[in-house]
Ligand binder design. Structure first.
Ligand code: HEM
Length: 316
C-alpha cells in the first residue's frame, strides 16, 4: 500500500523523550523493508532523475570494487519491492535474465543479472532511480567501514563527492561531541557486527527553512539564505521538520552495508496539529544544547520558532 506522506504517517523522531542528545538510537527494523513508497513517489523520482542528469558527480559516486555489492543491492531491493508492493512492481526471472516492471513509472527493464553492460547505469544508480531513498554503500575491510559508493540526491547539508572513500569516523568527524564521547567508536563497532538477517533502523531529524529536499552542501548558497528570513510570523509554513528514516542492511556476500535514507518533511504548522507533539517539540527545541543547535544550523532562527510554538500553545 502506498503511504500517504503527511501527519498521520510522519515518522515522529522523538519517542517519548523530552530532551534530545546524540546516541546510538538504532533499533531492529520492523517491518524489515529497506524501501517505502509514499504518495510523493512520482514527484520525487522525477526530481531525483533530473538531479542525476544535471549533477552526476554530486549525486553519484562509486569505486570499481563495489560492483558485486551493487548487484547485491539490486537483488535485495528488487525482491523487497515486489514482496512489499506486489501491485506496483514485478520481477520476472529466468536464470540470470531479469525483467523488472515498474507500474508507477510505466517502465520495463530487461537485463542480465551481474552483467553491467546490460544496464544503462551502474547497478546502484539504476535501482536508486526507482526508489525515493538515497542509497549509500559502506564496504567493510581492515576492521573499518568505508563509504565506497552512493547515490545521493537529497542530502541534509553534506557532500557525497567530498565524503566518498572516507571511513565511518572520518565522515562523522564534523559532529560535535561524537569523538570525545566515543560515540563514533561505539557506533562503528555496532555497525560492523550487524548481521544479514537483522536490519536496523533509526531516525535523524533537523529543521529546515524551506522545503527543498535537495539541500546539498554544494548548493548551500542557494538554500541556506532562507534561514535568515524566518520570523515568528512565518515559521509555521516556512520552517519544516525534516526526518530521515535511515535503514541498515548487511549484504551477506560482499559483507558490505546498505544504508538507505528516506527524507520526510512537514511544515511546522502541520506537524503541531497533533497536540502532544507541539508541547514535546517545544521542550526539545528549548532544551537543545547549543552545540547541537549550531551543528544542525537551527541557531539563527531557533528563538523565532520557539516564540511561534509558545503562541500556538496559548491558542490550545
Ligand atoms: C553507516 C552509514 C552511515 C553514513 C554513510 C552516515 C553518514 C552521515 C553523514 C554524511 C552525516 C553528516 C556529517 C556532516 O556534517 O558532514 C551524518 C550525521 C550524523 N550521523 Fe551518520 N551515517 C551513517 C550511520 C549512522 C548511524 C548508524 C548513526 C547512529 C546510530 C549515525 C549518527 C549520526 C548523527 C547523530 C549525525 C548528526 C546528525 C544531525 O545532528 O543532524 N550515523 N551521518
Amino acid at each position: 500500500m502506498i503511504l500517504k506522506d503527511d501527519l498521520r504517517s510522519f515518522p515522529f523522531p522523538f519517542g517519548d523523550s523530552q530532551a534530545y542528545k546524540y546516541s546510538n538510537n538504532a533499533v531492529p527494523l520492523r517491518p524489515p523493508n529497506p524501501i517505502e513508497v509514499t504518495d510523493k513517489y512520482l514527484d520525487e523520482i522525477r526530481l531525483k532523475r533530473e538531479l542525476l542528469t544535471n549533477h552526476p558527480e554530486r549525486c553519484y559516486q562509486s569505486s570499481p570494487h563495489t560492483m558485486d555489492a551493487q548487484w547485491e543491492v539490486v537483488d535485495l531491493i528488487l525482491h523487497h519491492l515486489v514482496y512489499f508492493y506486489p501491485e506496483l512492481f514485478e520481477l520476472e526471472k529466468n536464470d540470470e535474465q531479469w525483467i523488472f516492471s515498474n507500474v508507477l513509472t510505466n517502465e520495463r527493464v530487461a537485463f542480465i543479472f551481474g552483467d553491467r553492460t546490460t544496464l544503462e547505469e551502474e547497478p546502484l544508480d539504476f535501482i536508486g532511480r526507482h526508489v525515493q531513498e538515497d542509497l549509500l554503500l559502506m564496504m567493510q575491510r581492515d576492521g573499518d567501514l568505508f563509504l565506497d559508493a552512493g547515490q545521493l540526491c537529497f542530502p541534509a547539508n553534506w557532500s557525497l563527492y567530498f565524503n566518498v572513500g572516507m571511513t565511518f569516523k572520518e565522515i562523522h568527524s564534523p559532529i560535535p561531541g561524537f569523538q570525545s564521547e566515543l560515540l563514533d567508536d561505539r557506533i562503528l563497532q555496532f555497525l560492523m557486527r550487524i548481521e544479514a538477517d537483522t536490519p536496523w533502523g533509526r531516525k535523524n531529524w533537523s529543521l529546515m527553512a524551506g522545503n527543498k529536499l535537495d539541500t546539498s552542501l554544494e548548493t548551500f548558497a542557494e538554500w541556506g539564505q532562507a534561514r535568515k528570513q524566518v520570523t515568528k510570523e512565518n515559521a509555521g509554513w516556512l520552517v519544516h521538520l525534516r526526518v530521515e528514516m535511515q535503514k541498515l542492511f548487511r549484504l551477506p556476500k560482499s559483507n558490505g552495508i546498505l544504508f538507505t535514507i528516506h527524507s520526510h518533511m512537514l511544515p511546522l504548522e502541520r506537524f503541531i496539529q497533533h497536540p502532544p507533539w507541539l508541547e514535546q517539540f517545544y521542550a526539545i527545541l528549548h532544551g537543545l544544547p547549543d552545540f547541537i543547535s549550531d551543528y544542525k544550523g537551527i541557531s539563527h532562527y531557533r528563538q523565532h520558532v520557539l516564540e511561534y510554538l509558545v503562541e500556538e500553545m496559548k491558542k490550545r
